[in-house]
Ligand binder design. Structure first.
Ligand code: FE2
Length: 259
C-alpha cells in the first residue's frame, strides 16, 4: 500500500504546483491515499472552503494542519463537519474539529491519519506523546495502518515522538519548518520516519514568504507584514510503502517535483 504525504502547501504557488503535479505522481507511484498538510494553503495563513475544494480537486484525500488552522474564521465550522480535515488533536478540549480519523482506500484498506502539534518553541498544548497514547488506544483494532503528521518546530521533539511511536504506527512525518530534511529511515520497530516533509510552495523565499519583508522583520524587529512568495515553486512530499499485513513501513522515499 502506498501513501503519499505532501508537505505544507503554502499559498497560490503551492496550490498551483500541487494541481500540476499531484495526479501524475499518484499514477506513477500507484498511490492509494494522499494526505496533504494544508495549514498555510490560503495565502500563507490557514485554509478557506474554496482552497480546500482546490486541494481535494487536485487529488488530496485527507488534509492535515497545524498552528495556523485557526487563522481563518470560516474554517471553524468546517472543522466540525468535514471529517477529511484534521487539526492537531492536542489542543484544549471543546475546540472545533478533531485530530484523527480513519479513511478507507479504494482497495478497502483502513488508514488512520493522526495530526499532533509539538510544544518546543510552540504553544503550551497538551502533551503530544500522551495524546498519541490515548489516540492509539482508541484506534486499536480499527485501522490497518497509521500515519502521524507531527507539526513541530524542534527536530529533537520530532525524533523523540518517532521513537516513542516506533512499532506502534506505520509512519511519523514532521511538518511546520518548511524545509525538507534528508533523514528518511525505517526505525527499529518498523515505523517510517522523516523529520520534515518540507514545503510545497515558492523556494525563492524565506520559508515561503517574500524575502524582503521577511528580512526586514529580522533587521528591524518590527512586525512587518509578510507576503507569500511566488517564484521557483517546488512540491515536497514523501512516499511511504506500508505492508498491508503488518502495518509496518517497507520503504520511505523523499520526493521533490519542479514544474
Ligand atoms: Fe505551522
Amino acid at each position: 500500500m502506498k501513501l503519499l504525504f505532501v508537505g505544507d502547501v503554502v499559498g497560490q504557488a503551492g496550490r498551483q504546483i500541487l494541481e500540476q503535479k499531484l495526479s501524475s505522481l499518484i499514477d506513477r507511484h500507484f498511490v492509494d491515499l494522499v494526505v496533504v498538510n494544508a495549514e498555510n494553503a490560503a495565502a500563507g495563513y490557514g485554509l478557506t472552503l474554496s482552497v480546500m475544494g482546490e486541494l481535494y480537486k487536485a487529488g488530496a484525500h485527507v488534509l492535515t494542519s497545524g498552528n495556523h488552522i485557526w487563522d481563518k474564521k470560516e474554517i471553524l465550522d468546517v472543522l466540525d463537519r468535514d471529517k477529511r480535515l484534521l487539526r492537531p488533536h492536542n489542543y484544549p478540549e471543546g475546540l472545533p474539529g478533531r485530530g484523527y480519523g480513519i479513511y478507507e482506500t479504494a482497495a478497502g484498506l483502513k488508514v488512520a491519519v493522526v495530526n499532533l502539534e509539538g510544544r518546543v518553541f510552540m504553544k503550551n498544548l497538551d502533551c503530544p506523546f500522551k495524546t498519541a497514547d490515548r489516540i492509539l488506544t482508541d484506534l486499536s483494532g480499527k485501522a490497518d495502518m497509521i500515519l502521524v503528521d507531527f507539526h513541530a518546530e524542534a527536530t529533537s521533539e520530532k525524533q523523540a515522538l518517532g521513537h516513542y511511536l516506533d512499532g506502534r504506527v506505520s509512519a511519523v512525518v514532521g511538518t511546520h519548518t518548511h524545509v525538507q530534511t534528508a533523514d528518511e529511515k525505517i526505525l527499529i520497530g518498523g515505523t517510517g520516519y522523516l523529520t520534515d516533509a518540507g514545503m510545497t510552495g515558492a523556494q525563492d523565499a524565506i520559508i515561503g514568504n517574500q524575502k524582503e519583508p521577511a528580512l526586514q522583520r529580522f533587521l528591524t524587529q518590527l512586525p512587518v507584514r509578510l507576503e507569500v512568495a511566488k517564484k521557483d515553486p517546488l512540491l515536497c512530499a514523501v512516499l511511504i510503502t506500508i505492508n498491508e499485513e503488518t502495518g509496518h513501513c517497507e520503504a520511505i522515499e523523499r520526493i521533490q517535483e519542479r514544474p
